[in-house]
Design a protein around this ligand. Structure first.
Ligand code: 5AD
Ligand code: SF4
Length: 466
């Protein structure tokens, strides 16, 4: 692994200034997970570093970039639909540049399809190509190439200090590692994001300190599997050690992280969450299925019983801890019995939130080769039953929160006029009346009721530092 520093590209900035009379505008849209959203923020940073401005509407843009997601087929179809819709805009405005990046751009069959069927796409670069964007743009703007299509590539490189334009002034994403080595059989991520690479703890700490100094309140550490942080680094450090290190930074903030693979979630990690007040008492711990047969076919390396043991240990160790999870419904040949095991498991755990997905076949993964007799109608019906079960679970858990007084981070405007939304430590949201000046600050809220799974409350006292 090589660690590099991002360098400002003055030649690219000069070229942009020569080509455009006024600073050109870029529209960058990110699909998919938080990792991708964070990549999008860095793409915006790199573009502004060479003189681009940013805009919110594709119609205003000189450069449109779709930062794509490949995790399910639906996401890919949306991107192709949106790229297709740009054809007319490009005809009206031939100097418009259109680019596609992110996970889809790391798949050969997608790049081939773009080449063949979307000739008006000017730039394609993969998840590891963000720092190379100025160079790619230069080649295009200088007319050295009619089109720039990069082959899918994963580089054994981490580039530090890529400029960033964050979307929020109080909540920040902070990647601690990239890629994934787990090869769950349904998942495209290891193929598009490549092998796991951990950032050095000193680099993470420096970025973290910068965020705290800039007033960020919520810092979410990101990785496909944060629990295997540290693998391959020269320093001896694991994820729990990293959390402890970050918590030594003084300031008024809290830390979240995602995603934790249950097979690597250690008791040490749980003890650390219990011991550190800066760490939210909420764990996103995707189980995917409650059936041991399916878990084995998914290559998850744990059983339902092992998962439940972990949850029990966390409950015992971290008072008030809450869990959320991802569930895949309709994995190839999932039987009614397998599905019943999933329903049982979600009842046993009692998740606050569940992110549910119907299995989507991904070309190139192992599961794509499995036969599947389960009909779409059955899968949809299972999804409906899963959601119904989860709604009832969440409603009970949410109702049990009423009466508490909690500290929340005020995130934005609520549904009703004059209301705000805040997020609790346990990841639930609450709506309450309050002035917009509170957005981005902590507030103390008394929980007075609930509307479905959203809590309702009222501010009590002044927002206070932790
Ligand atoms: N089909 C459906 N859901 C998937 N996920 C990952 N790959 C697939 C797929 N092929 C889900 C998993 C993962 C979440 C981010 O997306 O539940 O945890
Ligand atoms: Fe995909 Fe599994 Fe890696 Fe998560 S841990 S990104 S589900 S391969």
């Amino acid at each position: 692994m090589e660690f590099l520093e991002f360098k400002h590209d003055q030649a690219a900035a000069d070229l942009v200034a020569r080509v455009y009379d006024t600073p050109p505008l870029a529209y960058v849209h990110s699909y998919g997970c938080q990792q991708n959203v964070n990549d999008g923020e860095r793409i915006k940073g790199v573009l502004t570093d060479i003189g681009y401005g940013l805009c919110d509407k594709p119609d205003d843009a000189d450069l449109i970039l779709f930062n794509t997601c490949a995790v399910r087929e639906h996401a890919e179809q949306r991107v192709f639909g949106n790229v297709g819709a740009l054809k007319a805009l490009k005809e009206k405005k031939p100097q418009l540049l259109i680019g596609l990046c992110g996970c889809m751009a790391n798949q050969k069959h997608i790049v081939d399809k773009l080449r063949k069927s979307y000739p008006y796409v000017d730039l394609v670069f993969g998840v590891d190509g963000i720092d190379t964007l100025p160079q790619l743009l230069c080649e295009k703007l200088a007319g050295r190439r009619r089109r720039v299509l990069m082959e899918p590539a994963q580089r054994p490189v981490i580039v530090e200090n890529i400029p960033i334009r964050r979307e929020s002034e109080f909540r920040a994403w902070l990647p601690i590692m990239y890629g994934c080595d787990n090869f769950c059989t349904y998942c495209i991520v290891p193929y598009v994001r490549g092998r796991e690479k951990s950032r050095k703890s000193a680099d993470i700490l420096a970025e973290f300190r910068g965020l705290v100094a800039a007033g960020y309140k919520e810092i979410t550490l990101l990785g496909q599997n944060v629990n295997s942080y540290g693998k391959g680094l020269e320093e001896q450090i694991d994820f729990a050690d990293l959390l402890r290190l970050l918590c030594t930074v003084p300031g008024d903030y809290h830390i979240r992280f995602m995603t934790s693979h249950p097979k690597d979630a250690s008791h040490k990690l749980i003890d650390t969450i219990a011991a550190q007040p800066k760490l939210c008492k909420h764990i996103h711990l995707p189980v995917q299925s409650g059936s041991d047969r399916i878990l084995a076919q998914m290559n998850r390396h744990y059983t339902a019983a092992q998962y439940l043991e972990l949850v029990e240990y966390a409950r015992k160790t971290i008072p008030g801890v809450t869990f959320s999870s991802d569930i895949i419904v309709g994995f190839p040949n999932e039987t009614e019995e397998d599905f019943a095991a999933t329903l049982r498991l979600i009842e046993q755990v009692g998740y606050m939130q569940l992110f549910t997905f119907i299995y989507s076949k991904r070309e190139g993964t192992k599961a794509a080769l499995l036969p599947d007799e389960v009909t779409r109608a059955e899968k949809t019906d299972r999804m409906r039953r899963l959601l119904e079960t989860q709604d009832a679970i969440a409603m009970k858990l949410v109702a049990a929160q009423v009466g508490r007084t909690v500290r929340v981070l005020v995130e934005g405007h609520g549904r009703e006029e004059g209301t705000l939304t805040g997020r609790l430590d346990n990841n639930l949201t609450v709506e309450f009346a309050g002035a917009p000046e509170l957005i981005g600050a902590y507030a103390h809220v008394r929980l007075t009721g609930a509307r479905a799974t959203v809590l309702l409350g009222e501010v009590c006292g002044q927002p206070q530092p932790q």
